[in-house]
Design a binder for this molecule. Structure first.
Ligand SMILES: Nc1ncnc2c1ncn2[C@@H]1O[C@H](COP(=O)(O)OP(=O)(O)OP(=O)(O)O)[C@@H](O)[C@H]1O
Length: 445
């Protein structure tokens, strides 16, 4: 039998010869490993190992491609991920790209860039590179309904990273970009229905002439509110914030509301309480307010239902209201109704007479921040000089005006009117100086 095997396998060695070969090989391998570890410095060793890994992992058979069609299946449903990539990828284009699509939309000032099929876009996420390519379907009368698709290619090792984190990151960035571009709407109540139009008020926190510290405090409060959706849920409170804006006419209450809406990208619901005749009317109006929104009730002191009844003095000079609803109770009820949904809810009351309002309506949790908008003073005027006249930094006439504003009370609305009349900054400032002189003279007489 053994001789038979020898015949078929002439080089077949005995067991002891195999052990000898094995022992020699192991000794040799150990020697190589020791020499590699001891003679080659650590950095060079790591470099060589990473190169070898990269070589094996960069082989084409380790690449995975995900195809992201314009539509899902053969239905006409938009594929959200395709739309997200369409918006997201142009933000990853760098100046080294050689082939791009470019265009301009009628109502936009800037040029738009888009991915071209002949150019791959490489994105980096968590230190890993991902390659995107646009695939265009050029077949005319094709039975495929898709015209474009993205192909996302990555190394197989990153499969989980892509599905669990990278794609969610692309979708989240797209949502943020959409809300950044969104123009809020303003809704007004006509009869029993809300009608809406785009909020065209251009006021932003940048253009508002407010004391910088107050402005920062408001922006910080809004940003904290926006960020804490999960926190409100955790502590079992409705995701809601109330602001009371009070101060004389022309100090910027409406402008601040527009700036808040433009900052949060929330729609505004402007509710005129005089059109509300009963609790059920009010409840219906509130129930129709959808998604993340700002409910504004301007000049709230003009409604008897919100007056401080412990102050008998005021009732003589106020028009009698319907007395048919209780705003405080109703807002509690609405909080309960809305607390289940994930929508943010901002309530803004404005008034020229804070002292007339029932304190129950102004307590924290109802009106969390009371913002006093007052007559124009130096730091806020510096902002107007910059926005209206382009004057930055120290300017002798601006300093003179700041001093005069300490001696008189004028609203930003009045000063704005003076600044807008003259295109020449020096003439505009001079006219304002003359106006303020006259104002101070009249007040001291
Ligand atoms: N703080 C401000 N910063 C910049 N502009 C302002 C400011 N306040 C008022 N203005 C200008 O004055 C105009 C009137 O202001 P706005 O309507 O915001 O005041 P208001 O306090 O709401 O007045 P009212 O109480 O009469 O409604 C605005 O169009 C705006 O241009």
């Amino acid at each position: 039998m053994v001789s038979n095997m020898r015949k078929h396998f002439p080089s077949f060695a005995s067991a002891s010869s195999w052990f000898e070969v094995y022992a020699t090989l192991s000794t040799f391998t150990m020697l190589i490993r020791t020499a590699f570890n001891e003679l080659i410095p650590h950095q060079i060793r790591s470099f060589l190992v990473s190169k070898l890994e990269a070589f094996f992992h960069s082989q084409p058979n380790n690449q995975i491609s995900l195809r992201i069609n314009e539509f899902w299946h053969d239905r006409c449903d938009d594929n959200e991920l395709f739309l997200a990539a369409l918006e997201y990828l142009p933000t990853r284009i760098t100046s080294t790209y050689k082939s791009l699509k470019v265009g301009k939309l009628e109502n936009e000032k800037h040029l738009n860039l888009a991915v071209d099929p002949s150019q791959e876009v490489v994105d980096e996420f968590e230190g890993t590179k991902f390659t995107w390519k646009l695939d265009e379907n050029s077949e005319e009368n094709s039975r495929h309904i898709w015209k474009e698709a993205f192909v996302l290619t990555f190394d197989e090792r990153n499969r989980e990273r892509v599905l669990d984190r990278y794609i969610p990151h692309v979708l989240k960035t797209y949502e943020a970009m959409k809300s950044e571009k969104r123009i809020p709407e303003i809704h007004s109540r006509r009869g029993y229905q809300w009608t809406n139009r785009k909020l065209s008020h251009p006021a932003t926190f940048d253009t508002l002439a407010l004391d910088p510290e107050l402005k920062q405090a408001v922006v910080d409060d809004l940003d904290r509110f926006l960020k804490r959706k999960e926190f409100y849920k955790k502590v079992g409170k409705p995701w809601k914030r109330g602001y009371l804006l009070y101060g004389p006419p022309g100090t910027g209450k409406s402008s601040l509301i527009a700036a808040i809406a433009n900052h949060l990208k929330f729609d505004v619901y402007d509710l005129d309480l005089s059109s509300i005749n009963s609790d059920s009317d009010l409840m219906e109006a509130m129930r129709d307010i959808s998604r993340s929104s700002i409910l504004v009730i301007e000049d709230i002191d003009c409604n008897e239902e919100v007056h401080d009844r412990s102050n008998p003095k005021q009732d003589s000079d106020i028009e009698k209201g319907s007395g048919k609803f209780n705003l405080s109770n109703l807002l509690n009820l609405v909080d309960g109704l809305r607390s289940g949904g994930g929508d943010g809810w901002v309530i803004i009351f404005t008034t020229n007479h804070k002292e007339k309002i029932d304190p129950a309506l102004l307590r924290p949790g109802r009106m969390d921040m009371h913002i006093h908008l007052s007559f124009l003073k130096g730091k806020a005027f510096q902002i107007m000089a910059s926005k209206y006249l382009g004057i930055e930094g120290h300017h002798p006439v601006v300093e003179e005006i700041k001093g005069m504003l300490e001696k008189t009370q004028v609203t930003p609305a009045v000063v704005g009117e003076h600044l807008i009349r003259n295109e020449d900054p020096d003439l505009a400032l001079e006219a304002l100086v003359q106006f303020l002189k006259q104002q101070i003279k009249e007040e001291t007489q």
